[in-house]
Design a protein around this ligand. Structure first.
Ligand code: NAG
Length: 313
């Protein structure tokens, strides 16, 4: 029950540090990037986004708790650099601190009085990164909305493939949807721009950007699923879930209430202008991820071996 709605929240931890690279001559993009919190199926989509905008595997340093995992070994084989470290004991990160020139942090789009603990944690980190002088000059917080990738999960996709999309909101309420791959693309673009412009060394620049590729209601999302899978899907506002959560799971209810009422807006048009060709609509996402292939499961959404890695020089 609890899982049925956590899919609606974009609460995934993802940090991109740009590490200044001593050898800059041979690459179009001169910086190395340290990627934190992106080793799972969803995280790999962000890594694909970094590849999309021109980063090469050897420029991407991926932080992992366990470099012996099969996934990690495969990434290493593809040329990615692995850094084994535990965020609970961040001494290895502290050592790299000097070289970090910018940070991109994955946060969540929400107005000030959102009332969701998990979003608050993200905004607290954001605030520390943005206001503490100890942290690098360039800090960009990309605030995601609902991740499209979450809809692939085991507690959502099978039901949608049976023709029902349960979402505890009324039929008029529209939700912003964000592709994780776009988060990687934007993170990479931001880092590359900052390093290209070499802004004034003394001043700190910080920015918050809301990210989404579409704004759709439950019935519109269901219709898109129907088109992609070739048979109809309808939106169901599961009111019992709202009621059940209200009585039994306060934290879950916080989240449901949030998606039902949040007044936060994301300007998709402006975003597309600033990042041309890098923002994915929901339909494009469904096509790109082959939603209509009923044999595919969440784990198939992204795997090291199916990453689209550009040819190395
Ligand atoms: C790391 O992953 C390997 C392979 O899956 C596993 O055998 C090992 O127990 C893991 N180590 C830790 C500390 O989790």
């Amino acid at each position: 029950m609890k899982n049925a709605v956590s899919n609606t929240m974009a609460l995934w931890f993802f940090l991109v540090f740009s590490l200044h690279c001593a050898v800059t001559r041979c690459h179009a993009l001169s910086d190395n990037i340290l990627v934190v919190g992106a080793t799972g199926t969803t995280g790999l989509r962000a890594i694909q986004g970094l590849l999309d905008v021109g980063y090469k595997p050897h420029q991407l340093f991926i932080l992992t708790r366990n470099a012996s995992r099969t996934h990690m070994k495969q990434l290493k084989k593809l040329g990615f650099c692995l850094i084994q470290a535990d965020l609970q004991r961040p001494s290895s990160l502290v050592a790299m601190h000097q070289d970090v020139t910018s940070i991109v942090y994955n946060s969540a789009a929400a107005a000030k009085d959102h009332g969701v603990k998990r979003i608050q944690q993200k905004h607290d980190v954001e605030s520390i990164l943005m206001h503490h002088s100890k942290y690098p000059r360039h800090v960009t917080c990309l605030r995601a909305n609902l991740f499209m990738e979450e809809l692939w999960k085991r507690y959502t996709r099978p039901q949608i493939l049976k023709g029902e999309y349960p979402l505890p909101v009324n039929r008029w309420r529209k939700l912003y949807l964000t592709s994780v791959r776009d988060m990687g693309r934007l993170a990479g673009t931001v880092v590359a721009r900052e390093s290209a412009f070499k802004q004034d060394a003394r001043s700190k620049s910080t920015r918050i950007v809301n990210v989404a590729g579409d704004l759709l209601s439950g019935p519109q999302i269901a219709r898109a699923f129907g088109k992609a899978q070739g048979f109809p899907c309808r939106h169901v506002n599961n009111r019992e879930l709202t009621k059940f959560a209200k009585e039994n799971f306060p934290e879950l209810y916080e989240q449901i209430h949030f998606i039902q009422t949040s007044p936060e807006k994301t300007n998709i048009r402006t975003l597309k202008k600033e990042f041309p060709g890098l923002i994915t609509s929901f339909k494009e996402f469904l096509d790109e991820t082959k939603w209509g292939n009923v044999d595919l499961e969440f784990d198939d959404l992204s795997k090291p071996e199916s990453l689209d890695v550009p040819d190395n020089m």
